[in-house]
Design a binder for this molecule. Structure first.
Ligand code: NAP
Ligand code: GFB
Length: 320
């Protein structure tokens, strides 16, 4: 019987894992989804107490200080320190508890800013990350270094996945969150404001130029892929979990898809006084495609439609 501890189990990705595991009902696995209320993983003793309680054989390590561009830009020191602490406590405690496998989470935003494209798993450490999120990026890159050190010293299968930008139900809709939940919550609010004003006269603001390019994976698709990594992927080397390069969209196209999902009839304008962040971080999913050639990603516009519908139906419970 596998006992799987999911750290960060109450967030965007954690909730998606909960939904897929509920669907799959695996008979040979027991899953425990931990949030910060179960243990503040920046604290070593709390981390040990959580592992003592759950006694995991396997760990999916999602817990992190996570945020969008604007939150990262102003808090690089906190992103660095909190994530270094969390990652060291989880990996060292997993070692002390003899966990068979740990799957941690990096991100395509941690790759070198000056790079050739498409980026792949071999390029994680090939140069400094974008200045907007160097704190988060270096903490995440060190997970890969830590994984190799635990493998070299103890032969542990501690590995990692590198998702592109993720979105879906149960996202973080607060201002410190990412672009898709940020736009969804702002579009929702705009539609509630000034009910007397004809919607055609309402104006929605896209932060930045709208030109940056991103690959977005639906959280439920990512959850299926992470469960596959936990069960089948046997390498310490990271693996990119991203939609195809061809699925890359501009931030403005994201705004159009969200406006269509809301049937918004107003205008979209770009506020270029706000930062754009990285222009692109196009990642190759060739390694994943070679291992899982038949995996089908959810169509982007359908996933946006489902995410908007979820938000409207769960507004009161959402992380606003
Ligand atoms: P999220 O929605 O912000 O959830 C973060 C999770 O970590 C929550 O369960 C949170 O618990 C937990 N957590 C935060 N600080 C903690 C602490 N000090 N102790 C214990 N738990 C703590 O994040 P997410 O989007 O699901 O991200 C999951 C993983 O994917 C992260 O490692 C992130 O770096 C990575 N990732 C995310 C994206 C993206 O676009 N979202 C892209 C690439 C990679 P509470 O709910 O109790 O706060
Ligand atoms: O998701 P996001 O905040 O982070 O996207 P990154 C930022 C891009 O979307 C910028 C534009 O070009 C913003 O100008 N944007 C437009 C908005 N409207 C909004 C909005 O309402 N909210 C936000 N947040 N952006 C992050 C990294 O980069 O990627 C993190 O900083 C993390 O470390 C994440 O790893 C996955 O995609 O630019």
């Amino acid at each position: 019987m596998k006992k799987v501890l999911v750290t960060g189990g109450t967030g965007l990705v954690g909730k998606a894992l909960q939904a897929i595991i509920k669907e799959q009902q695996p008979s040979d696995e027991e899953w425990f989804f931990a949030g910060s209320k179960d243990a503040d993983l920046t604290n070593a003793a709390a981390t040990q107490a959580l592992f003592d309680k759950v006694k995991p054989t396997h760990v999916i390590h999602l817990a992190a200080m996570v945020g969008g561009l604007f939150h990262n830009m102003n808090n690089n020191l906190d992103f660095l320190r909190n994530n270094l602490l969390i990652n060291d406590h989880v990996l060292q405690t997993a070692h002390e508890h003899g966990c068979h496998k740990v799957v941690s989470c990096l991100s395509t935003c941690i790759f070198p800013d000056k790079t050739t494209y498409p980026i792949d798993e071999t390029m994680v450490h090939n140069g400094p990350p974008h200045s907007s999120n160097y704190g988060y990026s270096y903490a995440k890159r060190l997970i890969d270094v830590q994984n190799h050190a635990y493998y070299d010293k103890h032969g542990h299968l501690f590995t990692s996945v590198i998702p592109c930008n993720i979105f879906g139900p149960h996202d973080n809709y607060r201002p410190e969150g990412h672009v898709i939940p940020g736009m969804i919550s702002r579009m929702y609010e705009l539609r509630q404001q000034q009910p007397e004003l004809p919607e055609e006269q309402k104006v929605f603001t896209v932060y930045g130029s709208g030109k940056p390019l991103r690959q977005f994976i639906y959280s439920l698709d990512l959850a299926k892929l992470m469960i596959w990594v936990l069960r089948e992927y046997q390498s310490v080397e990271p693996i990119v979990l991203s939609v195809d390069e061809a699925a890359e969209v501009s931030i403005y196209e994201v705004a159009e898809a969200i406006a269509a999902a809301f049937k918004f009839k107003g205008q979209l304008i770009c506020d270029t006084s706000k930062a754009d962040g990285q222009h692109k971080k196009t990642a190759s999913n060739a390694k994943l495609r070679a291992l899982l050639p038949d995996f089908e990603f959810t169509d982007f516009k359908s996933a946006i439609q489902s995410s908007v519908l979820w938000y409207i139906e769960n507004y009161a419970a959402a992380r606003n």
